[in-house]
Ligand binder design. Structure first.
Ligand code: PGA
Length: 271
């Protein structure tokens, strides 16, 4: 059986003081939870602070991004080894806020966040492979844009992203991979994907992995849903067969609401 995951992606929020307070709040509510794998992904500047708060708990630390090279002249980037040395166990890879879908950025495009950051399917794959090689567990994000959904291309886009992300990854390493289906139009918009539809796409991701590896390995792999998960909708999502948890942005910034998500995951899917 797959252990459910509730991962908080704090994005570019919380200085060290705020991060410590939020981590303390989550630890007080869920630090000893053994039925749900809680993961906190603060900004890189707060990894060490949060790592100290959760050190004696069952909560795991995750980073929001990494670079695939081990070291060198890459200003502003962080290696897998650096994240491990901060105590990270997980790393989010290929979040839509980091995937540039349209190549280079001109000055007049600089306000378009989707184009500013440069991840492509190929760099997502490099990051996932480098994470696994170093001993980090990648949470690989995939999901379609609104226009792609409207054009009926959701399945095609998601399957292509999953296949590209897993290129060259061994069956042994697959055991440390988690996917997160995050329809881009549902992120930070308050617009949650219908639970049945989210389940259908999560099943599609599992099926794609099953075709690439084996049904047994796909059955063990965790697939999360992300995009406006909150206390009001988490139960409907967690009741779905193929949704093993959430990758949560906004609602993870409040210890009470994140605590409610963890409780729901435990009650519905905890073993
Ligand atoms: P949201 O973000 O919960 O604020 O929609 C989810 C995510 O981007 O991972």
């Amino acid at each position: 059986m797959r252990k459910p995951v509730m991962a908080g992606n704090w994005k570019m929020n919380c200085d060290n003081e705020e991060a410590e307070e939020l981590a303390n709040g989550v630890t007080a509510r869920a630090g000893l939870n053994e039925k749900v794998q809680v993961v906190l992904c603060p900004p890189a500047t707060a990894l060490t602070t949060v790592g100290k708060v959760i050190a004696n708990s069952n909560i795991a630390l995750g980073a929001q991004n990494m670079f695939w090279e081990e070291s060198g002249a890459y200003t502003g980037e962080l290696s897998a080894q650096m994240l491990l040395s901060c105590g990270c166990e997980y790393v989010i890879v290929g979040h839509s806020e980091r995937r540039g879908r349209f190549g280079s950025v001109d000055e007049d495009e600089a306000d378009d966040l989707a184009a500013v950051f440069g991840d492509t399917d190929a760099t997502v794959n490099r990051k996932a492979r480098a994470a696994l090689a170093a001993g980090l567990k990648p949470i690989i994000c995939c999901g379609e844009l609104l226009a792609e959904r409207q054009e009926g291309k959701t399945d095609e886009v998601v399957v292509a992203q999953v296949k590209a992300a897993l290129e060259g990854i061994s069956a042994d390493d697959l055991a440390n991979v988690t996917f997160a289906y995050e329809p881009v139009w549902a992120i930070g918009t308050g617009e949650v994907c219908d639970a049945d539809e989210a389940n259908r796409v999560c099943e599609l991701i599992r099926g794609t992995v099953g075709d690439m590896y084996s049904a047994d390995l796909a059955d063990e792999m965790r697939v999360l849903y992300g995009g406006s998960v909150k206390p009001a909708n988490v139960r409907g999502l967690m009741e779905q067969e193929h949704i093993d948890g959430g990758l949560v942005g906004g609602a993870s910034l409040d210890a009470d609401s994140f605590g409610e998500l963890i409780t729901a995951a435990e009650e519905i899917r905890g073993q």
